[in-house]
Design a protein around this ligand. Structure first.
Ligand code: SAH
Length: 357
């Protein structure tokens, strides 16, 4: 989508466009609403950091990207250091994770070609400043079809559109978004075919919300297929739940605070918890081995975050407190340690990854 100029007041151009679409064709799905809102949101700004709307693990500390890089380098080395391996990242944001990971991999004697999947022109520019030699792609299809792929996705899947199903006495219905009296309003739409409901969730408690993300499932399957054919591994890190379940998790964040997801689409970050259970089920039978999801805190501890933090603090004693705070934020159960999960997909002939025992 093209970036649109903002207006000083009144409904944004995107709001007017969506309102017109709904007036002409009827309420739209929650997935379409979320997709349009996020396409506009990411295309028009860098949302990360203190001055933005939210902060992510690689922006908290260089340790995060470095440990991801060392995890990848270790796997690559034990796979026999295959030539022509690409580093692929989905939704690299400012490019911080990629820059830290590539530096750590270089120090381990591994220099993969960076291939970045990013749709936002603003963020592509930020990435270009940090990652020399990178190539950009709109989606997985155009990533090189030869050579092993080491794929990383941190806080990417949570931005992908979810459908919401709403429980009614007549069963699950698609939740749609209507525009009434100058506001977006979620409403119950047409009934859902039973075959589209995840196993074990046929029952539809009245008022309950069930989220499904066909876009996430398609991308996870695309990744698994590529790994099975080309070799390599994928690391998917995000906040979410290990098992598919009922519950509404769609949320909007603006200026580091929760906001109403049904107002000002395109001006706030819309995300939903990642359903790792659904991703795991989706890659079953695709010819890859799956490890996790495990809690981010546990995974980082297993791959050496404490040693990395200690070494950084030794080299910069004046930053020791800042480093300890960052380690705590990334790993403590009441911070990012438990809500965030790590899942790996590994090609059949590649070695077992560390951190999932
Ligand atoms: N991984 C980064 C940024 C997370 S924000 C970090 O951890 O800091 C989400 C990222 O995904 C942004 O780079 C955004 O532009 C990108 N993104 C969102 N939807 C996308 C889509 N459908 N296709 C490609 N990139 C997308």
């Amino acid at each position: 989508m093209k970036a649109l100029p903002e207006r000083a007041s009144g409904p944004s151009l995107l709001e007017e466009q969506l309102a017109r679409l709904i007036a002409n064709y009827g309420p739209i799905s929650v997935a379409d609403y979320m997709a349009e809102a996020n396409a506009h949101y990411y295309a028009t700004r860098d949302p990360l950091g203190r001055a933005g709307d939210f902060i992510t693990a690689p922006e908290i500390s260089q340790m995060f990207g470095e440990l991801v890089g060392l995890w990848l380098a270790d796997l690559w080395e034990r796979a026999g250091s295959p030539a022509g391996t690409c580093y692929v990242e989905l939704g690299p944001g400012r490019g911080t994770l990629a820059a830290d990971a590539l530096r750590a991999m270089r120090s381990a004697g591994f220099e993969p070609n960076p291939e970045l999947i990013e749709t936002s022109p603003v963020l592509r520019q930020a990435q270009a400043a940090r990652i020399p030699g990178a190539h950009w792609h709109d989606q997985l299809d155009s990533i090189p079809h030869e050579g092993p792929l080491l794929i990383v996705a941190n806080e990417f899947f949570d931005a992908l559109p979810v459908r919401q199903l709403i429980g009614t006495p007549e069963g699950w219905r698609e939740r749609k978004v209507d525009y009434r009296g100058g506001r977006f309003v979620p409403v119950a739409g047409p009934p859902i075919a039973a075959s589209a409901i995840p196993d074990g969730l046929r029952e539809a408690p009245t008022g309950a919300v069930l989220e499904v993300s066909p876009a996430s499932i398609a991308i996870a399957q695309g990744i698994a297929h590529r790994l099975a054919v080309q070799g390599g591994a994928a690391l998917i890190i995000d906040y979410g739940h290990a098992r598919t379940g009922i519950g509404e998790t769609l949320q909007a964040v603006h200026g580091h605070a929760y906001a109403d997801p049904w107002s000002q689409p395109g001006e706030r970050d819309l995300t939903a918890h990642v359903d790792f259970g659904a991703l795991a089920a989706a890659v079953e039978g695709e010819g890859v081995r799956r490890f996790g999801p495990v809690d981010q805190g546990r995974w980082l501890a297993a791959i050496g975050v404490d040693a990395r933090a200690a070494s950084l603090a030794r080299h910069a004693p004046d930053r020791a407190e800042e480093i300890a705070t960052a380690r705590h934020r990334l790993t403590a159960p009441d911070q990012m340690g438990s809500l965030f999960k790590v899942m790996a997909l590994v090609a059949p002939d590649w070695p077992e990854p560390v951190g999932f025992a």
